[in-house]
Design a protein around this ligand. Structure first.
Ligand code: ADP
Ligand code: MG
Length: 701
């Protein structure tokens, strides 16, 4: 019965006319009773507290005062005309001000009558006042009603303009809850509610709208957030369990010649503890008979590549092929060259395949890949083309994953009889709690330590007008034998302008850094791949000292002799991009610098980004800041698909509840992975509903 009631269109609510109902549907996506019940307030007004004027806060906030109007006057003329009432609480006086409805107010305000006023304090020219307060005649019977927190609902400009005020919405909810007395089915099992001391669903919904008191309000919010995050985690963890259960993986239980020889004879440094730990996690996966699906997070320069290579060696030791996919041609080439050096010492056949590989060579590669002559193939997304067929692909590694979509990833799966093991590497660190929501279906490894001897990169902010001193600094560095990157933004929307900036920059640098003493390379998106490669090579071989580039060098480039990164128009880059770019220097033994150039005018956000960069080198702190500035939706992008939309919980601010919910979800599934136990029946029903509808809040039991 009740479930039908919850599906009732809002048009049936008493007093809601057709036009307003249409507006609410359109603006707030509230179509039926359950949508309305699940439309949560964004904040609450506390009207339980009364101030004396002498105790008023010294900052702008909502206050409530009881008193009388002692005098009313009109001040100013024309558009500056306003009505001022002097409001007296028995001891002190404060001004109430109105700019509108003056005539009407003047007539209807009573002097020497007790009112309750409610409004926001305004501080202007050392004077405090309350503009446009709410006024209500003081009646003792109203005091009790006011003692409660009042919900403020999200709204839109259109709604406000058309007179659908907060009061209208809150009245509709009131009708639904207190006249119709609608009931909500429990979505959590009793044992959880008891164990975790949670409020029941029905009370939670009632109290989230019209809290009895502050304590019940926070209990309601906790219960609803927990519920939301628990089901989110159940979905993600179950996907993961399913994969491990049902998706068979190649069993790489041999650690053989390639790996051992590399470890004993080729590897010239000691792995960091973090690298060792991660390698162990990977080896466990590879020998577990389930498919590995692991995300490897590590700050720029933390040494992910060597881990990738060693993982590949295990695949080869077990008789399988491996591939490494990188987002750009330059990166692929770099990986290829690095791998080639190591491969030669081990007699491994490694090839490179990119968009600019010659057709005849491509053909050869396709053939020897299928026959199994090739052990390792490295390339851009040309690797996922259908033409690329393997004899036995056992491992696929994806570098700098954020450039690849989920769909592209899954294409890799299809390239072998059973899905290859997958290792995804990313230098864009995501705070752990967020990662476990965004990538809940992946296992996560973390390299949280840089190789020894790395020195902090000194980062400074310089305005364009200080360019000359920046040039002097660059010259000093070059004279000491170092090399310098100068990076320009290139943003699709302003491509032509950006390109002009880049070329102007090139010209002015050429003038300042004259040939033949100084040589400059330039790399940008409009160049052919082989020209880019040629220019990169010149820089790599130290034939040029300055590399001017657009963000093509954003990820992965490794030139240890480069010690200065100049980022032009740095205010236009995002935080993670800036951090990535900075990571191009500080890769060798030389003290390194990052110089963030900007114009004089900076938005608050840009200023904050630049400040963050100058204050820390830590990618995780930067990621957290980035999240604060931009919000998580942006970062996760499409990766959130397949996961329920959050209505009340916030992945950023509710990390504590999230971690807790994840722990609970884990425990539940460890005991009963298919939720078939009788005590989990409620969970299963809700779970199934979410799996089908991608929505927790439409579940009505
Ligand atoms: P990223 O994680 O950004 O991909 P790389 O794998 O490119 O980092 O490593 C950066 C540099 O650090 C490389 O030159 C690599 O050889 C070196 N490196 C990696 N691990 C170690 C280590 N344990 N000790 C010393 N140097 C290391
Ligand atoms: Mg890398």
């Amino acid at each position: 019965m009740n479930s039908n009631l919850l599906n009732t269109p809002i048009d049936y609510l008493k007093g809601l006319g057709a036009s307003r109902s249409e507006l609410i549907k359109k603006e707030l996506k509230i179509f039926d009773y359950k949508d309305l019940a699940n439309f949560f307030p964004k904040r609450y007004l506390d009207k339980s507290k009364y101030y004396k004027i002498k105790d008023l806060p010294k900052f702008s906030c909502d206050v409530q005062i009881i008193g009388e109007i002692s005098n009313i006057t009109e001040i100013g003329i024309g558009r500056k005309k306003r009505l001022v009432a002097y409001f007296y609480d028995g001891e002190d006086e404060i001004e109430l001000i109105w700019f509108k409805s003056i005539k009407w107010l003047k007539k209807s305000l009573n002097l020497n009558t007790k009112y309750i006023i409610f409004g926001k304090l305004s501080f202007f020219a050392n004077k405090v006042s309350i503009p446009h307060p709410e006024l209500e005649l003081f009646k003792t019977e109203n005091l009790k009603l006011r003692a409660k927190l009042q919900p403020i609902y999200p709204s839109t400009e259109t709604l406000i303009k058309k007179g659908v005020s907060n009061k209208v919405i809150s009245n509709l909810v009131k009708i639904l809850l207190f006249d119709i007395k609608i009931k909500f089915k429990e979505t959590l099992p009793d044992y959880l509610i008891n164990e975790l001391k949670l409020l029941d669903k029905n009370s939670a919904i009632y109290n989230v709208h019209f809290p009895e008191n502050n304590e019940l309000l926070s209990e309601s919010i906790r219960r609803l957030k927990f519920e939301e995050l628990l089901f989110l985690q159940l979905q993600l963890l179950k996907k993961n369990i399913y994969r491990k259960d049902k998706i068979k993986g190649y069993n790489f239980n041999i650690v053989g010649n390639n790996f051992n020889k590399f470890y004993d004879e080729v590897l010239s440094f000691e792995l960091t503890n973090a690298q060792k730990k991660v390698l162990k996690e990977i080896r466990n996966d590879l020998g577990s008979k389930a498919q590995m699906n692991r995300l490897l997070q590590g700050d720029v320069g933390s040494g992910k590549t060597i881990i990738a290579f060693m993982t590949i060696l295990i695949a080869l030791d077990n008789g399988y092929q491996a591939c490494l996919m990188a987002p750009t041609e330059i990166l692929s080439v770099q990986h290829y060259e690095g791998f080639l050096l190591m491969s030669k010492l081990l007699n491994i056949n490694t090839v490179l395949l990119t968009g600019s590989t010659k057709a005849s060579i491509k053909k050869d590669i396709y053939k020897s890949l299928e026959s199994g002559e090739i052990d390792i193939i490295i390339g851009t997304h040309s690797l996922i083309q259908d033409k690329v067929k393997f004899k036995n692909l056992g491992l696929a590694i994806v570098d700098e994953q954020h450039k690849f979509g989920v769909a592209q990833r899954s294409k890799l799966w299809a390239k072998s009889v059973i899905p290859p093991h997958i290792l995804i590497m990313t230098a864009t660190p995501i705070p752990r709690t967020l990662a476990m929501s965004a990538y809940g279906d992946l296992d996560i490894s973390l390299i949280d330590e840089l190789p020894p001897g790395r020195r902090e990169i000194t980062t400074v902010h310089r305005y364009d007008k200080n360019r000359l001193s920046v040039f002097r600094f660059i010259k000093d560095q070059i004279n000491e034998g170092r090399q310098v990157y100068v990076v320009y933004p290139l943003i699709e929307e302003s491509k032509n302008m950006d390109f002009k900036d880049l070329m102007d920059g090139y010209e002015s640098l050429s003038r300042e850094f004259e040939q033949p003493k100084y040589q400059i390379s330039i790399v940008h998106g409009k160049m052919k791949a082989q020209d880019k490669e040629f220019e990169m090579k010149r820089f790599e071989n130290k034939e040029t000292q300055i590399l001017i580039a657009t963000t093509v060098i954003e990820v992965g480039v490794n030139i240890p002799n480069a010690s200065v990164m100049v980022i032009e128009s740095s205010e236009r880059f995002g935080l993670s991009q800036l951090h990535q770019l900075r990571g191009r220097v500080g890769r060798g033994i030389h003290k390194s610098y990052c110089i963030l150039m900007s114009g004089n005018k900076l938005s608050n956000e840009s200023r904050l980004r630049i400040k963050t960069m100058t204050e820390t080198n830590n990618g995780f702190i930067i990621a957290e800041k980035d999240l604060e500035i931009r919000g998580p939706g942006d970062i996760m992008g499409t990766q959130q698909s397949g996961v329920i939309t959050l209505k009340i919980a916030d992945l950023m601010s509710d990390q504590e509840i999230l971690t807790y919910a994840r722990k609970c979800a884990k425990k539940i599934l460890e005991e009963d992975k298919d939720l078939l136990d009788n005590k989990n029946k409620t969970l299963l029903n809700t779970y199934n509903h979410i799996a089908q509808n991608n929505d927790l809040w439409s579940y009505i039991g």
